[in-house]
Design a protein around this ligand. Sequence first.
Ligand code: ZN
Length: 304
Amino acid sequence: MSDLPSSISLREVGPRDGLQNEAPVPTEAKVELVNALSATGVRRIEAVSFVHPKAIPQMADATEVWAGIDRRDGVRYSALVPNLRGAQRALEAGFNEIEVVVSASETHNRKNVNRSTAESLDEISELIDVVHDAGSTVQVIVATAWGCPYEGDVPVERTVSVAHRAVRDGADGIGFGDTTGMATPGRVSRLVGEFRSAAPEMAVNLHFHNTRGTGLANVMAALQLGVDDFDASVGGLGGCPYAPGASGNVVTEDLVHMVEDMGVATGVDLEAMIEAAATAERIVGRSLPSQVLRAGPRTRTTPA
Ligand code: ZN
């Protein structure tokens, strides 16, 4: 195996990205899920998003969820926001790690936040200053980084130029989101390479969806480039808002199971994450696409 990072930083996004794309669940169930995840050893959890409740009713109770969870030492909780207003709400609620999202694809950005990508980037520039003044950090996530449900392929140059603008404006980190599961390993290598050519020191997070079965292959390609920061969703919670019935995010326990066996530490207790996945299934009332939840870890044996 070529040189892989000795450890990665995993951000669990099931409570946010996952539940945002499921039928609404009660506040107590969200709190229960975040608490179960906090006990798995995972060090980062994207807990909620502060979006307009009319746009995404699933997240209308963000403040209540955040107030309800047992915050654990050693776990960093973050909130996703679409704009400055959302960032202000997140700061008021006491978050000190914020993710703001902008789409590389013009059409997707308009549908999402009703403005052009350039307008979003201008506001993000201001948002970064506001968040920094509050002593907090901002990761700018470039959504539809590899493809758009309306426009198809998004050129690498387009995605990279959006990301580089955010770097110039002071982002603390950049995330690339494969919103619709259109990335494949070669495309991952190309994008990461192009981005790093002008921003070699910037922290990069990758967020894959397993919509077309390439999620873990994409993670593997990125690991070989030394990327050490990934999003994943317990049980594979969530789905693709543009493809009813399709798989959601890369599954946390499947990812942990694969990379730990290659000597890449995640800090996650696999059995505890499998239990959290069972909790997630109970909460959404449907079976989730996690493969390790079904089959168990490779070392689990059947009584002879
Ligand atoms: Zn996602």
